[in-house]
Design a binder for this molecule. Structure first.
Ligand code: PEP
Length: 257
């Protein structure tokens, strides 16, 4: 069985102080009696080290929201995989739609980042997903397939150390989520595509997340789907209560109450 993951993407929210306050509340709310759900929190770079230190030993991981594909050099404003590893981060989100569509990141950049993250020992959470116009034009499947093929070009995987997040762009931060059935259909297609890239055995072990207006009320329907192994959560991860409820609902849906 694939271990479900709930990943919080805080985007450009929370200072160091806010992050530490969140951690205190969240750890208290989760309590001791936890079932097998991996939890990853991705704060802004500035809070990564302090949050990572506070989370050490709690079973909750810290992750980054992006990284650059070189290790050192004249790349003003960028952060390297080695710098992330030094903070204790284990995961890194790559190719989030806000980076693709607001900041102009293309499939080639995504591919470089994924390869470098893997080579450095970070686990990439690579995001794919179609825009509303692409869906309305009937191109959702071809867009997601292209993002997978281009983003994973030349990637060799012997073990499933890579997570894919299916995030339809029209569902991110809008309050309009995809239906669990539509998300499952796309996740199935993603798993098939991963099978042709890495072999069926590795693809069966790889985790696929859904992202787009996930909240405590709808998470259960997503993680009940056979090819959806968790969620990437933006807005609803900013409050400790709401993230803790998402984790609880995931536990109930996957393991029963
Ligand atoms: C995200 O940031 O990846 C996301 C899915 O945001 P939200 O949950 O707010 O839609």
């Amino acid at each position: 069985m694939r271990l479900p993951i709930i990943t919080a993407n805080w985007k450009m929210h929370k200072t160091v102080k806010d992050s530490l306050q969140f951690a205190e509340e969240f750890i208290g709310m989760l309590g001791e009696d936890r079932k097998g759900i991996e939890i990853v929190i991705c704060p802004p770079f500035t809070a990564l080290y302090s949050l990572g230190e506070r989370l050490r030993g709690t079973g909750i991981e810290a992750g980054a929201q992006d990284m650059f594909w070189e290790e050192w050099g004249a790349y003003t404003g960028e952060i390297s995989p080695g710098m992330l590893l030094e903070t204790g981060a284990k995961y890194v989100i790559i190719g989030h739609s806000e980076r693709r569509y607001v900041l102009g990141e293309d499939d080639t950049a995504v591919n470089r980042k994924v390869k470098r993250a893997l080579a450095s020992g970070l686990c990439p959470i690579m995001c794919v997903g179609e825009t509303l116009a692409e869906r309305e034009e009937g191109r959702a499947v071809s867009v997601v397939r292209r993002q997978l093929e281009e983003g994973l070009k030349g990637v060799e995987l012997l073990r499933p150390h890579l997570v894919i997040a299916y995030e339809p762009v029209w569902a991110i931060g809008t309050g309009v989520n995809a239906s669990p059935q539509d998300a499952q259909e796309m996740s199935r297609l993603i798993r098939d595509e991963l099978g042709s890239l890495f072999g069926v055995e590795v693809a069966q072990e790889m985790r696929i997340l859904y992202g787009g207006s996930v909240n405590p009320g709808n998470i259960g329907g997503f993680v009940a789907q056979p090819d959806i192994d968790g969620a990437l959560v933006g807005g609803a991860s900013l409050e400790a209560r709401s993230l803790a409820d998402i984790v609880k609902q995931t536990e109930e849906s996957v393991y029963g109450s």
